[in-house]
Design a protein around this ligand. Sequence first.
Ligand code: OGA
Ligand code: NI
Length: 354
Amino acid sequence: MEGSKGKDILVNNSNKEMSEMQTKNQVEDSIIQESLLTCIDLANSDLHQSALLLKKACLDSGFFYVINHGIRKEVMDKTFEQSKKFFALPLEDKMKVLKNEKHRGYTPLYDQIPDPENQVQGDHKEGYYIGSEVPRDDPQWDRPFYGPNTWPNPDVLPGWRETMEEYHQEALRVCKAIAKLLALSLDLDADYFDSPEMLGKPISTLRLLHYEGKSDPSKGIYGTGAHSDYGMITLLATDGVMGLQICKDRNAKIQKWEYVPSIEGAIVVNLGDMMERWSNGLFRSTLHRVILNGQTRYSIPFFVEPNHDCIIECLPTCQSEKNLPKYPAIKCSAYLTQRYEESHLKFSSYKKQT
Ligand code: OGA
Ligand code: NI
């Protein structure tokens, strides 16, 4: 009896060890894997062919690459160089342009915590937001995501503002080209998203990011915690240092994370939650995060959302009697404000948005 009991325990223990190991290996295997994403050639004159390819990518993960996007290498390199120069400034100087109530300016280390359930502290990154500017005499000038930007002192960083403005313009042009393909892939007119209430006057935000350190998911330490983006389209330029991971099935028992490698000359694009809502859940806004390996990493996401007042509700081509709208309508600015407030720390200089 003793013996067999002892044996049972041994068997049980080794089973337990085995299953723990399997789980560990499964997690490790999944982290090593690289994702094979679709590449959309923005110079392809056959828009319908591109839209078809894009549709496949959007149904699968909403993550894809764009090539021949028209942003020249010199422009991209200059933007990264200037970004590095800003983050290399003494903290005291960076704090002079701390993020204001219009979501523009510097966000220090740990400012953002997108996945509080799994993060012990905020993201191991610092950032800088540059938003859309509408002229002072525009009736919407005082809206939370419009208005003037805050800039570092031009004597300290000459040409910095001009570089960022140029990249902002270029990135918006690329996003508008992607929006045309998205419209076609949803059986809408190519210019569907170009109306004034949509991308005619968008909320578009350039964000510079600087990561340092080593992530340890088992300790809740991440470059960027797991999240999906809030808006319509995100264009993500990186310096080539590995780190971005996606999880296509957020509800899986063991979440499978895949690296998204950088490809020279290509830009990673992903859809955000507004696109998922517009398409009635057909197009995916996939969970992603950044895992750091100890190397310094710079990235430049560019987020595009429609006009402040745009109501995001199920598109006409994404609903039928058998497929009723799944999400209630939301107003773009209210939704964005809520998402920003949920995921960022509040500084004393932040005024409560209404
Ligand atoms: C983001 C994001 C990824 C990266 O800012 O929303 O997912 O590689 N960034 O920095
Ligand atoms: Ni993101």
